[in-house]
Design a protein around this ligand. Structure first.
Ligand code: NAD
Length: 250
């Protein structure tokens, strides 16, 4: 028996055109899911992800909306469910990081971080959960971060937004358990993506010293955890935070 298959399932991966989201889209499709990749800018990047999945025999498509727009997010989730008949898996991955020490955090940056990371994730979850409730099955996975658990100097607003997702995870897990919908969070550590390319030199060396496995993580290593939590085999796991951080925080 092959485990962790997602055949016949419909999955949405927000911000799936690059980085961790792209890896999630590819792995979920390889496991058999029909994957809807969402993006806000970069239609070309999203089209490339869809083409790569299709070349490997998978099912994928791309749709555009800004997750910070609550109504657009909810509408997009119900459109997917209507068009494809259901929505089994939501990977709320879209996120932004704008760094700055507390005394320098601009109000507009704080608002943008919370609009995208927290409100966007909540809105997509609300849209998705509506159809999951009808189907009495669902998997919601939020991309939080190790910094939401341990803090990080220079990332107060970002860390606060990622910690907020852990509260959201546990609350939705309690609210929708009776409908057979599980809600979990993944907290990646230092993963090599566009978001982290600016971390170089001494800052990178310092971070690597704090990682017992001694290296940065790959997007595919986060995606593998997402695929597991998406699967039927993860049916008794809800409200959980799964760390994918090389031992950086335990
Ligand atoms: P990334 O910047 O490469 O990708 C982020 C994705 O989100 C992009 O596709 C982007 O277009 C999309 N996005 C941003 N704002 C959006 C909006 N308003 N509407 C729709 N889509 C939007 O980053 P990544 O490293 O792949 O990170 C993915 C997720 O994982 C993020 O939530 C991030 O906070 C989290 N994370 C990343 C790391 C890391 O080390 N890279 C560590 C912990 C957590």
């Amino acid at each position: 028996m092959s485990m962790f298959r997602l055949d016949g399932m419909v999955a949405v991966v927000t911000g799936g055109s690059r980085g961790i989201g792209r890896a999630c889209a590819e792995v979920l499709a390889a496991q058999g899911a029909h994957v809807v990749v969402t993006y806000v800018r970069g239609a070309d990047e999203a089209a490339k992800v869809v083409a790569a999945i299709q070349e490997n025999g998978g099912k994928a498509e791309a749709i555009a909306f800004d997750v910070a727009d609550m109504k657009a997010s909810e509408d997009a989730m119900s459109d997917v469910a209507k068009r494809l008949g259901k929505l089994d898996i939501l990977v709320a991955n879209a996120g932004v990081a704008i760094d700055g020490l507390l005394l320098r955090v601009k109000e507009e940056d704080f608002d943008r971080i919370f609009d995208v990371n927290v409100k966007g994730s909540l809105a997509c979850a609300r849209g998705a959960i509506k159809s999951m409730m009808r189907a009495r099955f669902g998997r919601v996975i939020f991309l939080s971060s190790v910094v939401g658990e341990m803090g990080n100097a220079g990332q107060s607003a970002y860390a606060a937004s990622k910690a907020a997702l852990l509260g959201l995870t546990k609350t939705l897990a309690r609210e929708y358990a009776s409908r057979n919908i599980t809600v979990n969070a993944i907290t990646p550590g230092f993963i090599d993506t566009d978001m982290t390319t600016s971390i170089q030199g001494d800052a990178k060396e310092g971070m690597l010293k704090a990682i017992p496995l001694g290296r940065t993580g790959r997007a595919a290593e986060v995606a593998a955890a997402v695929a597991f939590l998406s699967s039927k085999e993860a049916s008794y796991i809800t409200g959980e935070t799964l760390r994918v951080n090389g031992g950086m925080y335990m």
